[in-house]
Design a protein around this ligand. Structure first.
Ligand code: ATP
Ligand code: MG
Length: 393
């Protein structure tokens, strides 16, 4: 029996003229993700990618890897069989047999994209369903609430049989590389990795910037950020991480600006520096993990103040989400456990007791005049450490 993996991708996107681009990028991303697991033959036809690993023992690992690739809607193992009704019936029984135990409610769903096949989809479904009903003990046909759905697809070169219940969901979204690049402000917290994942899901390549306040934050805090980038890279294949020395700026702000403005001025520096790095690296937008009203620096008034120093679009995919929803996402994508490790973040070290919640831009700008903004930015940029982060599985 020949077993292979069928990968389905979103059909809505395929209606546009960018279908070939989308497919080429998706194929490349898949090849890249599985190349060090096993050699596999791949081909693409009719909104499906067929993957035949040379070593069938590697199927599960490959499927797990595919479940992290954006653009894929579902992944399933299937048995390949000649386009012959009798053979299809036998294969359905042999391949889906373990799922068709006595007492199970089942149905057969067929799809015929090869219109030269003599039976219609409905007829194939009835034939195969009748056969399974006759030859497997105690099955119950139930087309409305089946526990097991046997799927038969009659396609160009062959027919494929699988059990729908064994199909796994893909990430959805668009393949990375179809949507330019954006720069994520990546802290060690819960929110920003989720924000990065959400934008990457739209096909956007991710560069990450972290502001690091050595010695107020430890080496271990940097490792935590690196680890988060490694998890993000599971989805994006790689992440360029820029570590920006931030201590001098924070000390200057602490010593020369009013305490209640400290956080916002610091956030404005982060945005300015991130935008410079983004421009240098051909990034088209910034991404943050801000969510409206979550903390004092994320009220709409505060976001206006932060936004005022940049020209690029600032994407805030979490803006309308509750913390609970963000945490749920963080767990799903696998960043949560790392995010809650206790290492201090640069902002927690320099947090004022009473931050302004309703800041006026003019007042913040006035407080900032005590600082030598441009040289501070330049020195921070001069000290940037660049790392290329690859996935950790
Ligand atoms: P997170 O959980 O992402 O740290 P947060 O709720 O703690 O977010 P803030 O600390 O106000 O919120 O930060 C808001 C956003 O600013 C973060 O989501 C992140 O995008 C960015 N940011 C904050 N601190 C840093 C940092 N040290 N390095 C890079 N970006 C940062
Ligand atoms: Mg934070």
């Amino acid at each position: 029996m020949k077993e292979l993996i069928l990968v389905k991708y979103g059909e809505i996107i395929l209606k546009g003229g960018n279908r070939p681009v989308f497919e080429r990028v998706l194929m490349k991303n898949i090849q890249n993700a599985i190349k060090n697991i096993d050699d596999a033959d791949m081909r693409i036809a009719q909104a499906t990618i067929y993957i035949e690993p040379h070593d069938t023992g590697k199927m599960d690992v490959i499927m797990e890897r595919l479940s992290k690739i954006f653009g894929i809607v579902s992944i399933t193992r299937a048995a390949m069989v000649e386009k012959d009704l009798e053979q299809i019936k036998k294969m359905a029984k042999a391949y889906c047999g373990p799922d068709l135990q006595p007492g199970k409610r089942f149905k057969v769903e067929a799809k015929r994209s090869d219109k030269s096949f003599p039976l219609t989809s409905t007829e194939i479904g009835m034939e195969v369903g009748g056969y399974l009903d006759d030859t497997c003990d105690g099955l119950i046909v139930d087309v409305h609430t089946p526990e097991v759905t046997v799927k038969v697809e009659v396609r160009d070169f062959a027919a494929y049989v699988y059990c729908v219940q064994n199909k796994i969901h893909g990430q959805g979204g668009m393949p990375i590389g179809t949507g330019s690049k954006a720069t994520l402000l990546l802290s060690g917290g819960i929110d920003s990795p989720v924000a990065g994942h959400m934008m990457a899901k739209r096909g956007i390549e991710i560069d990450a910037v972290n502001f690091f306040s050595f010695p107020y934050t430890s080496e271990r805090a940097k490792e935590k950020v690196t680890e988060l980038a490694e998890i993000l890279a599971q989805y994006t294949s790689k992440v360029n991480l820029y570590i920006v020395p931030f201590t001098e700026i924070q000390l200057e702000i602490r010593d020369h600006a009013p305490e209640e403005h400290m956080t916002l001025i610091m956030r404005r520096f982060m945005m300015r520096i991130a935008e410079r790095l983004a421009r240098q690296n051909k990034s088209m937008a910034l991404i943050t993990g801000e969510s409206a009203g979550q903390v004092a620096s994320q009220t709409l008034a505060a976001l206006n103040v932060t936004n005022a120093v940049v020209e690029m679009p600032v994407l805030r995919p979490l803006v309308g989400m509750d913390k609970d929803e963000i945490i749920e996402r963080a767990r799903e994508i696998g960043t949560f456990e790392t995010s809650i490790l206790p290492y201090e973040d640069c902002c927690t070290v320099f947090t004022p007791k009473h931050p302004t919640v309703n800041p006026k831009l003019a007042n913040i700008e006035k407080s900032e005049r005590a600082l030598d903004i441009e040289p501070l930015i330049q020195r921070a940029l001069d000290g940037v450490e660049k790392m290329t982060i690859y996935p950790k599985f």
